[in-house]
Design a protein around this ligand. Structure first.
Ligand code: GLU
Length: 468
């Protein structure tokens, strides 16, 4: 039975890197009919907040990544960690260390003076035949793990290939502080063990923790999970992804008008591939996902590609559903009297030219709120020769049958009468009615706006058009 976990530290929002880890862990469990566990690593009490836990849960829900077990909170498992520490002390795989901060500082200074890597020197480490001083009074000891001193610790990383550390490089890690609280690497080990995790999929910022975790697992007689360390995600510019790059929180993408299907599909391709497939359903992803096709090198974020995917998924959705989704966004910008059928028609007309829900809402806003075209646009398109034609067209609109084809015919007739080409009339009409020069076919836009709105808006330019 495959068991994976997502183990975020709740210190902020669910960021893009965390979401990819969650997605891959979820997909791996689903692919194998296994279980996906959610564990909240909240032992850093100063930085962990309930809001951040909620942000993680919200982000996972938005991406539709349901966990099978949990969420387990590390802060609620303290007794268990303490129990394992006692067991290790009893078995001799851990020991009390009474070295004071001052002694450690002195040790570090000596090592640095000798150009050595600062490390604990094992002075309280029990060895056969080694006499230890009596515990000094009044000092609360820390507990250190008795790391092997020779040999190597290695694993075949499912994302990065074989990785090896020499035990000589690892000193005896503190697993419990003087106040008895367990430390980060130790909690992870006990959790992965207790939760029966078979595959640890996580960011490669944890590679350096892995040899320590494996050594502790071995000391506990636990099965060693397989590890897959995912390469970091770089921003569009090749630098490490950070707030500077704009949205790094998954929920920011929701606010920016991305569909969760698009973001999930996009994240799936960050370090993983299935041939040349760029667009795939969630079912296909689960069916195809494995750890054999993870790219070890860093993945680079490509906002253009995400926008392209988002537009693809928007086009797949029924216009009525998109209309429902953008209604709150339009309302927030002052649109009133949104009529669902008409809005869906407008969506269908515009969806090909918008790659986010926000862009779609913005493009449709002039259907509800009278636009205020920029003076330069008016000057550019409202040419002297077009004005009489516009006035004639406006007059014709009063009585024409209200349908796109009839409006289109009136337009052609007007052009012919004034000896003009289509853009001479279509462009100023777009600017006057929608506030911009780029819209779908103008007869369709006019039909959708409705006679009253169109005539009222054109009447607003009476003086400019020299309409009587
Ligand atoms: N809590 C760690 C983090 O958020 C992850 C630990 C792990 O996956 O082992 O980076």
């Amino acid at each position: 039975m495959i068991r994976t976990r997502f183990a975020p530290s709740p210190t902020g929002f669910l960021h893009i890197g965390g979401a990819r880890t969650a997605l891959f862990s979820w997909a791996y469990a689903r692919h194998h009919g296994g279980k996906f566990v959610l564990r909240v690593e909240d032992t850093d009490r100063e930085r962990s907040t309930p809001e951040a836990v909620q942000a993680i849960l919200d982000g996972m829900k938005w991406l539709d990544l349901a966990h099978d077990e949990g969420p387990f909170y590390q802060t609620r498992r303290m007794d268990r960690y303490k129990e394992v520490i006692q067991k290790m002390l009893a078995e001799g795989t851990a020991y009390h260390c009474y070295t004071t901060q001052e002694e450690l500082a002195q040790l570090r200074a000596e090592q640095e003076a000798k150009k050595e890597k600062p490390r604990y020197d094992g002075r309280w480490r029990p060895e056969p035949g080694k006499g230890l001083p009596p515990p000094p009074a009044g000092i609360q000891p820390v507990v250190r793990f008795r790391n092997p001193t020779s040999g190597v610790v290695s694993w075949d990383d499912l994302a990065k290939g074989p990785i090896e550390f020499s035990n000589g490089e690892l000193d005896d890690l503190i697993i419990a502080r003087a106040d008895g609280t367990p430390t980060y690497n130790f909690c992870v080990v006990v959790d992965d063990w207790d939760m029966g995790i078979t595959h640890v999929i996580r960011g490669d910022d944890h590679v350096n923790n892995t040899p320590r975790q494996i050594n502790i697992l071995k000391a506990l007689g636990a099965d060693i999970p397989q590890y897959a360390h995912l390469s970091m995600i770089l921003g569009d510019d090749g630098a490490k992804l950070s707030k500077r790059h704009g949205a790094v929180s998954v929920m920011q993408y929701a606010d920016d008008g991305f569909l969760p299907e698009a973001v999930a599909n996009y994240l799936a391709r960050l370090s993983w591939s299935h041939g040349d497939d760029e667009i795939f359903s969630r079912e296909q992803f689960v069916e195809w996902f494995d750890l054999d096709h993870i790219t070890p090198s860093a993945a680079q974020f490509n906002t253009e590609k995400l926008l392209w995917l988002n537009q693809h998924y928007m086009k797949q959705k029924p216009a009525a559903e998109l209309a429902t989704r953008i209604t709150p966004r339009l309302a927030a910008k002052g649109a009133v009297a949104l009529e669902a059928t008409r809005l869906a028609e407008a969506v269908a007309l515009y969806v090909d030219r918008c790659n986010t829900l926000n862009a779609l809402a913005d493009a449709l806003l002039p259907f509800y709120v009278t636009p205020d075209p920029a003076p330069e646009l008016l000057a550019q398109h409202l040419t002297e020769d077009a004005r009489p034609a516009l006035a004639g067209f406006a007059a014709g609109l009063e009585t024409v049958e209200w349908s796109a084809p009839a409006i289109g015919a009136l337009l052609k007739e007007t052009l012919k009468k004034h000896g003009l080409k289509m853009p001479r009339l279509a462009m100023p009409l777009r600017v006057l009615l929608m506030g911009e020069a780029q819209t779908p076919p103008v007869d369709a836009v006019i039909a959708l706006l409705g006679r009253e709105v169109v005539l009222t808006r054109l009447a607003g330019y009476r003086d400019l058009l020299k309409i009587q």
